[in-house]
Design a protein around this ligand. Sequence first.
Ligand code: BV8
Length: 243
Amino acid sequence: MNSIKKLQFGELEKIVVLTGSGVSAESGIRTFRDMAGLWEEYDVYEVASPQGWKKNPSLVWKFYSERRKQALVCKPNPAHFAITKLEERIGTERFLLITQNVDGLHKKAGTKNIIEIHGSLFRSRCSNDLCIGAKESFFDESLYFEKIPSCPSCNSLIRPDIVWFGEFLSPSLERKARDSLFQCSILIVVGTSGVVYPVAGYPYLAKSRGAKTILVNKDPPQNLEIFDEFYEGLAGEILPLLI
Ligand code: BV8
């Protein structure tokens, strides 16, 4: 691991930060693929895919209600606050956070310019893609262990506003993310195993336009070769030193 060099950036440089579940691990949120990760307990395609939803929407809502309940009581850790500090130092117009996380902890830590590229635990929407209620998700902290709510417009079931496996990401959010990745001079990736596409390909996009790529991760990820600097360890310890 490189000895931690404090992040330097010029007046005109733009910085993108990309996070995965590892940035929230020290807040007590379970990751997906670590030991005792979420996918150890659930079959991912039963609870995070359109097929799983069709087959058993109650199981899907049990899975997401458990995570909503957990995320409601979890607090940001020093890694989240360090990212907020970076945005304050560089200015929101030259900073973008792209997060795969749906736990809302970056917002709780005060980060402003965020793309929640896989959706949010605290938003729900109509499951009927032809209904207007599918376009306009709504803020929702309710827990659905028993009855699943229906859409007031078309009476279809309400679903989590989350991007499941086999579902496309929002084209507008993807465009915004890609534009920033092409323009940034530094990309800092934190706490992700680099296996889920299209986000796992984002460091390659930034690199293709000459960005410096930095990784902070507990273990070497699948896409390690794309990074110029790799700080192996806990985000909550390394990021405050880096930033
Ligand atoms: C898409 C939902 C086009 C939200 C998630 C076959 C059929 C269909 C699709 C595919 C297919 N083959 C490939 C695909 C594409 C698929 C994909 O990539 N699959 C992978 C598994 C091969 N992608 C998709 O389906 C995407 N859509 O491609 O649309 C399409 C459409 C139809 C058909 C084909 C293509 C949609 C992807 C979004 C899926 N939704 N989650 C939720 O429930 O949370 S993804 C899920 O994994 C989470 O969102 C999470 O963000 C994401 C990535 O996981 P990580 O965040 O990286 O977490 P992980 O546990 O893996 O790693 C944690 C890391 O942190 C570890 O490295 C660990 O070492 C580190 N760490 C731990 N603690 C710390 C730490 N680091 C620092 N400090 C610590 N303290």
